[in-house]
Structures are given as C-alpha cells and as structure tokens.
Ligand binder design. Structure first.
Ligand SMILES: [Zn+2]
Ligand SMILES: [Zn+2]
Length: 359
C-alpha cells in the first residue's frame, strides 16, 4: 500500500489543494479551420516573433506591421512588409517572453484580441494557434462568454470558481493544447474589459477552486437541467475523480425548459442510450441544439421518432438557470456551489513550487 509522504504534504498551506496551474494553453479559432491568419500588436508593447531561427518585431499602431501567416502544405509561410519566411512553427511574446496584447485576424471572418503568448503550428494542413494565457485572464474570458447579460453577480462568481476548477483539473482534453475555445471545453472569446461584471467576478474569487478529496474538481456546468442534474455516468462520460450527484434543482423542477424534436429512426438509435457522445454526434451533423439535452423520452411516429425533452446542455454540475434563481432568492456563490457539488470543499490554486528538496 502506498503511503503519503508527510514532510512534502506539510509544505502545502492547510486548507489548500495541490493545484499548480497558473497559466492555461488554449487552442483558439479552430472552428474556422484557418489557412490564413494575421497577427498584429494592439497594446503599447511590441510583439517579438521568433520563427526559423529569426527574430523580428511587430510594433503597435503600424498598419504595415501585420504579420501574415499562411498554411502551405505542412509549412507556415510568414510575410511581413514584403519579406517572406518559411517555417514549421512560430512563437510570439512580449520582450522578455512575457504576455503581450495582440490581435489575431481570420481574414474575412473575424478578429479577436488576446493577452498571452502565442504559438502557431500546422496540423493536417490547418493553422493551429495556441495561446498560453494567465489562468485568471482565461477565467474572466470564459465567465464573459458563458454568461447571459444581466446574470446576478453571485452566479458570475460561482461560474468563475467552476471555470477555474475545470481549467486546473481538466487539462489534456486535446493533443496540441489543453483546452479549445468552444463549448466542448469552455466557450472563450476575448477578455472582458476591466471593471466589467465578468472581470470583477473573476477578481472577487481569485485562486478559489472546488476540491474533492483534496484534489481540484474538473467542475462542469449546464444551461438548464430540467429539474434534476445528471451524473457523468448517466451520460456515459468519465467523472474524473469527483463522482457527482444528481441534485434537485428547484426552479427547473417547477419551470422546466421543455423541447420537442423529430428525428429519423437512425438518429433515434444513436441517441437511445441518452449518452453525451450520441447527442454530440447528432448535433455535429444536424447543427447546434438539434438535440438540446440528454433528458428526453422518445416515441415512434410513423417512420420517425419524436423526442420530448427538458433542459439544455449535458445536465451535469452547476445549472446556470437554477443558480440564477437561487441568487435571486439571496443565495451567495458558496451556497450555489455547495448545492450543485455536494460533498466538496473550497481550495486555492497554489503557486508552483519545484519539488526539488526531497532529502
Ligand atoms: Zn475542447
Ligand atoms: Zn436546473
């Protein structure tokens, strides 16, 4: 039997958990499968780009200093002010390898502002931009992207704690980076402006995470649960350490979001086990929200099936709609998290300390 090595554990402050994530690696803009990107500076600082053994600077405020990045087979073609470089990968950061403000533009689609360092490589002929971002910037960005306008502040705080816990505990969902910027992981666009509710919610809960058995929980959330939350086992996914519990969500129970869909008998077979994999497979083919949740009853109707369901999303963890109702009745974020994540505690992200002195 393995035993805990006490002197090592004593280096951890009491009441905290062993979580060392201070930054997160997020693959962005993958939904566009980009073959072309433009990188430019948008703050006061210059961007230092290194590629193929060469270093060059992108100065802020200069329209000629936009770096074009194109995919050509398995090569990146960089062009800047008439000069071209062929490379396999690119790294961009501030002057001392610090985080820097930059804009990534997918020509003809959109542009987004980020703060962090950037790596771009090419995988299967497609550009893969990966941003290494401060954890708190990532948390604030997700709170902003995942919350509806007018969400009570205590719900934003609960969302920030859930999001941070997920980032700390849930790394490794992808090969080239830890998290994507879609709802597959957590939806993330730009960082909110300082002083906005999302930024304040992240600040007010800085470093706070949900723990179970002294380990961070990869906490999940859903838009509305339909009356009871589900467990990962209910929808055929791994619980990742925390078992979850099906909890009563009073507001959704009394006012469930109901939906109805007609699907082919072939899709009904894919959906028959009510697992998340089947729902996502059908959604990927028919479009987002084709099957809003895993909580439904099916009934044959001619050659097709009618699904009558409740809830929106996978149904596991924090219910955003129920949390909102709880906050409107006076619950604080601690209470909201205790309700949706029974038997958990709160812990803190601790700074990384090298585990060097074992003797
Ligand atoms: Zn993902
Ligand atoms: Zn609910």
């Amino acid at each position: 039997m393995r035993w805990n090595w006490i002197p090592l554990l004593l280096t951890v402050p009491l009441g905290s958990s062993l979580a060392n994530a201070q930054s997160v690696r997020i693959g962005v803009l993958g939904i566009f499968h980009p073959h072309q990107l433009t990188l430019s500076a948008c703050g006061a600082e210059a961007i230092v780009v290194t590629a193929s053994g060469q270093t060059f600077f992108l100065q802020p405020g200069s329209p000629t200093e936009r770096l074009q990045i194109r995919a050509s087979g398995d090569i990146l073609l960089l062009s800047l002010a008439g000069k071209e470089i062929r490379t396999s990968k690119l790294h961009a950061a501030g002057r001392n390898q610090d985080a820097v403000n930059f804009v990534l533009d997918v020509p003809g689609k959109l542009e987004r502002r980020y703060r962090g360092t950037l790596d771009v490589k090419i995988v299967d002929g497609v550009l893969v931009p990966v941003i290494t971002m401060d954890l708190e910037t990532a948390v604030a960005s997700v709170v902003q992207a995942e919350s509806l306008p007018g969400t009570p502040f205590e719900v934003l705080k609960a969302q920030a704690v859930v999001t941070r816990s997920y980032f700390v505990a849930g790394a490794g969902r992808h090969v080239e980076f830890d998290f994507c910027d879609l709802t597959h992981c957590q939806f993330l666009r730009e960082a909110p402006r300082p002083g906005s509710p999302a930024a304040r919610a992240a600040e007010a809960t800085r470093d706070l995470i949900i723990t179970f058995d002294d380990k961070p929980v990869a906490a999940m959330f859903t838009r509305s649960c339909g009356g009871h939350t589900l467990t990962p086992a209910d929808i055929g996914i791994s619980s990742g350490g925390y078992p979850y519990f099906s909890v009563l969500c009073d507001f959704c129970y009394k006012n469930p979001v109901r939906w109805s869909r007609r699907v082919t008998s072939k899709d009904a077979v894919v959906l028959s086990d009510h697992h998340e994999a089947g729902r996502l497979a059908v959604d990927r083919r028919l479009g987002w929200n084709a099957v809003p949740s895993n909580n439904f009853k099916e009934q044959k109707s001619g050659t097709e099936f009618i699904l009558e369901g409740v809830g929106q999303g996978h149904g596991v963890g924090l219910c955003q709609r129920g949390a909102r109702a709880m906050a409107e009745e006076g619950a604080g974020f601690h209470e909201i998290i205790d309700h949706y994540f029974p038997n958990t505690s709160f812990g803190h992200v601790v700074p990384h300390t090298p585990l060097a002195h074992r003797n």
